[in-house]
Design a protein around this ligand. Structure first.
Ligand code: CDP
Length: 219
């Protein structure tokens, strides 16, 4: 039996995870935040002070950690790291770790296994292109970098972190560059994905738009 698969890709701050969570709630299907998985590997690597560009060191980190996810939380070796993976330090370093071939292969394996037995909505950078190439629906969310930085600043403020808009714009553009130009599974719109510019839309509007596609109300 083929389960419903919804792929949501796009750059940092395009609204993917908030929209995906809302849709998962409305449709009653599993949500997987694949970015959280790359963040968890990054956190673990930083905690062990390993060289993030050393493939052998990253392999050891991945092989020695157990990763568990629920819709809202992520655990490394049974410790809840849902908050710890969102720090600016992890954000600054995650795209380097996400370039690594072994890290990617192991994360994709877990993601594909989760999609095998249930209906899912996943968000990330390579869901429509690599993880779920036959997804029922594929969306690619984009937004103006300044708007994305503003959204990120609000999220960080809610968690008690202060960051200047300027620094956040720079970080977002740098991460877009690294994610779009890496060799393996770069950030890229799948040929058959529907692109949505979220710059001047609220999260609720974008979620409604996607739900309309899924319900066949929008083509
Ligand atoms: O939430 P935000 O948009 O900041 O990013 P995220 O979804 O948490 O992803 C963090 C980073 O993980 C991205 O910048 C990518 O480097 C990497 N990532 C990836 O390579 N492939 C995915 N499917 C998801 C995330």
């Amino acid at each position: 039996m083929a389960y419903l698969q919804i792929a949501i890709d796009g750059p940092a701050g395009s609204g993917k995870s908030t929209v995906a969570k809302e849709i998962s709630k409305q449709l009653g299907i599993t949500y997987l935040d694949t970015g959280a998985m790359y963040r968890a590997v990054t956190l673990e690597a930083l905690n062990h002070s390993v060289d993030l560009q050393n493939p052998d060191a990253l392999k050891k980190i991945v092989d020695q950690m157990t990763l568990n996810m629920t819709i809202t939380k992520i655990f490394v070796n049974n410790v809840d790291v849902s908050e710890a993976i969102r720090t600016p330090e992890v954000s600054r370093n995650v795209s380097v770790v996400a370039m690594d071939a072994y890290v990617r292969a192991e994360m994709v394996k877990i993601q594909q296994k989760i999609a095998l037995g249930q209906a899912v909505i996943m968000d990330g950078r390579d869901i429509g292109t690599t993880v779920l190439p036959n997804a029922t629906y594929k969306f690619f969310l984009i937004a103006d970098p300044i708007e994305r930085a503003k959204r990120r600043r609000l999220e960080l403020q809610a968690k008690g972190f202060e960051a200047s808009l300027d620094d956040l714009v720079k970080e977002i553009i740098k991460r877009d560059e690294l994610d779009s130009n890496r060799e393996i599974s770069p950030l890229k719109k799948a040929d058959d994905a529907i692109e949505i510019d979220t710059t001047s839309h609220t999260i609720d509007e974008v979620a409604t738009m996607i739900l309309d596609y899924v319900k066949g109300l929008r083509k």
